[in-house]
Design a binder for this molecule. Sequence first.
Ligand code: PLP
Length: 380
Amino acid sequence: MIYADYNGSAPLCQDVRDYLIKRLTDGPYANPNAIHHLGSKVLMAMENARSVCAKTLGADFKQVIFNSGATEGISTAFHSVMTETSKKRIIISGIEHSATVNTAKYYADSQGCEVIAIKTKPNGIIDLEDLEAHINDDTAVVSIMAANNETGVIQPYLEISKLCNEKGVPFICDTTQFIGKTLFHFKNCGADYAVMSGHKIGAMTGTGILLAKDPERVKPIIIGGGQERGKRGGTQHYLGYETLAVALNYFEKHLDNIEILNNKRIEFETKLKEKFPEVVILGEDAPRLASTTYVAYPGIHGQAVQIELESKEIFVTTSSACSDNEPVTSKVLKAMGVSDDVGRGVVRISIGLCSDPSMYDTILEALSQTYEKLTKIKSY
Ligand code: PLP
């Protein structure tokens, strides 16, 4: 079996599995906010996890706020920014995840904000000039991702951050697909907020981090009993947060894998295109995550490819997990100006830093057989 949907959700990485088995066996279990000895031990382990996360993400200890994941992080970041401004313009891009799109829409619907989605170039990179042209005195926030979940295209997040800092506009950077796949340094990046989800990096699902440049300005959306220094109420998922530290440590120890995977992915794509010159790799010419390929054979339906690969025990997806049932060109590809002929044909192959790169050989073989079979009975 080959699991190639890491951008949807990554399996627990081996170090996390080993850690959890030992941790579940040995304990301790207690409320980290309890004042007894066991509570203090749990708190110590959790705060140790926080400092490991801070170190690997280039943040200060206090800038790390544990939560349930990126969706919550984005909501909290928006809430923090929007409650301290009367400005009404929200700038996102046309390739944002629904966690951002729908949060921006919430402020449009409830507070009369104007949401502007800036343009994306055909290679999948957002248009910086369009962004600059749209930032005005009424701009409350810019929220743009560092890497796209569908194409894997890396965005000019450092330039966006610099521009926002120059213009005095808060910048929320959605780093959900970036962190754990390539190097990220929060303080050097300059964003006001960055977010991540544990399940994208091999840690436990239902865990995540909101990174805040100025944690004092974070306004909690979950009030509760003052946990996370009053920034996120509710008893912490301390076991899960410990796995975030283990997974980020694993990533740091295996940085060499990025280049190995990147080379193998390029080899895979090159061989595929040699066999099938019609094949389109989305975002081909843009900098991309090492382990994401978004590929289409025009005229062959992506779901047909997915089903065929699944029959060979290879699990890919047709577009982002949330829109799997929609047999239409995704909004990300529409923003890139991709035709329906290509857009309906895409499958996303995404693996992780701990995957065996030789998986690409098996996927190449299976995908070639699939295209050979399906070109005889083109879907549309
Ligand atoms: N942002 C991006 C770029 C994503 O890919 C995802 C999940 O796919 C999210 C945000 C939301 O993450 P979660 O569902 O873990 O909260």
